[in-house]
Design a protein around this ligand. Structure first.
Ligand code: MG
Length: 388
């Protein structure tokens, strides 16, 4: 039996993690659940899983109106609820499936308390990779950080199968998102509604827009750099529209290992939750004969400039990746609010990084300072851009 605290339990990853827990009640016990503002969904989860603690990070007690029958657990409100679930409520594993930079303090708090982190939040690694990895060295009981992002789970699984042999190259696959086949002109007028129709994966709004702009893949390049100690030139993005090959690793003899499966997040979530075992999931099986073919091609750097920005930020070092993430979070939110054009997302990130120049990221305080500076600058860039 492993006990798990889930941060962001009403989101896409959180709800699927609870489906897996429900399928294996003898294996997983849920000790804490947090959501942002989806109170009714959280109430239903608390009723079903009866955790010791539950929290609403974006609500007050008065707003939330906790029902009488749910007062058996310790309720927390506001941002501290996240840290309470990460650090203070005893458990084996913390699934960090919140969206955005708030994942960073949560990961650090969980590690401070000695928990194993199942990481579905990519911003923590993108912004504070060096600091997070230093806090997540393998312990006496094995790994202390297991990636949940499907591509990184795939790479992780391939490397486990490589018996300690070093890799030459990581081949990070990308579906290409909702706008894979759009022309540059079409991209300039791309709408939110269209951006949210992802061809393969069912995810939250922020990440689906990131997927359409390929900032999601840009963040994943940086994530892979830290998780697998890769040099930028060892990571190559390959467009693979079917999302069956979740990523690949190439070795010095030319052999390539890949991890395949249907595009269903329950597989990488279950892998992380049960590691090192594999457990039953309800994910559909791939029918290869029905699938027919898998195709692969290169990313177009003009239509999808985010990929180049990730490599530039990695090579720049310091807080560049943190600021790329912060500027993208701000621009992504502005696009979703209808205040920014789709192709302006990348412009905001480029302009923000150019304006600020280099900032250090040796300490967590420096990371937060760079994050805040980039958000302020991105807002100013957008104000000027939209006034034009
Ligand atoms: Mg991914």
């Amino acid at each position: 039996m492993r006990s798990i605290n889930i941060l962001g339990s009403t989101g896409s990853i959180g709800t699927q993690a609870l489906q897996i827990a429900a399928l294996h009640p003898q294996r997983f016990q849920i000790n804490a659940l947090t959501a942002h503002r989806q109170a009714d969904a959280l109430f239903a989860q608390v009723r079903a899983f009866r955790p010791k603690m539950a929290g609403l990070t974006g609500m007050t007690a008065e707003e939330a109106q906790i029902p009488e029958d749910l007062r058996f657990c310790d309720w927390r409100f506001g941002p501290d609820a996240l840290l309470c679930a990460a650090r203070d409520v005893p458990c084996d594993d913390v699934l960090v499936s919140v969206v955005g930079m708030v994942g960073l303090p949560a990961v650090m708090a969980a590690r401070q308390a000695g928990r194993r982190v199942l990481l579905a939040n990519k911003e923590a690694l993108v912004a504070g990779g060096q600091i997070v990895m230093a806090a997540c060295q393998d312990g006496p009981d094995g790994p202390t950080l297991i990636p949940v992002d499907s591509e990184h789970s795939a790479i992780y699984q391939c490397l486990r199968a490589a018996a300690g042999n070093p890799y030459d190259k990581i081949l990070l696959t990308a579906s290409g998102g909702a706008f894979r086949d759009y022309t540059l002109e079409q991209l300039k007028g791309a709408t939110l509604e269209k951006a949210l129709t992802h061809p393969n994966w069912n995810m939250g709004a922020k990440i689906t827009v990131d997927s359409a702009s390929m900032f999601n893949k840009a963040l994943e390049i940086i994530e892979a750099r830290w998780l697998f100690d890769a040099r930028p030139e060892q990571i190559q993005v390959v467009i693979h529209p079917q999302s069956i090959v979740h990523s690949m690793v190439q070795f010095r003899d030319g052999a390539v290992l890949a991890q395949l499966g249907s595009p269903d997040m329950r597989v990488p979530i279950a892998y992380a939750m049960a590691y090192p075992e594999r457990i039953e999931t309800d994910a559909p099986r791939v029918d290869f004969a029905a699938l027919g073919k898998c195709t692969f091609f290169d990313v177009d750097p003009v239509r999808f400039p985010a990929i180049g920005m990730a490599y530039d930020a990695l090579r720049a070092g310091g807080a560049a990746c943190c600021m790329l993430n912060a500027a993208n979070e701000e621009a992504n939110a502005a696009f979703r609010a209808g205040r920014l054009g789709f192709m302006q997302i990348g412009d905001v990130v480029t302009e923000t990084l150019a304006r600020i120049g280099g900032l250090p990221a040796h300490t967590i305080e420096e990371v937060y300072a760079a994050d805040a500076a980039a958000r302020r600058e991105a807002q100013d860039v957008m104000k000027k851009m939209t006034a034009e």
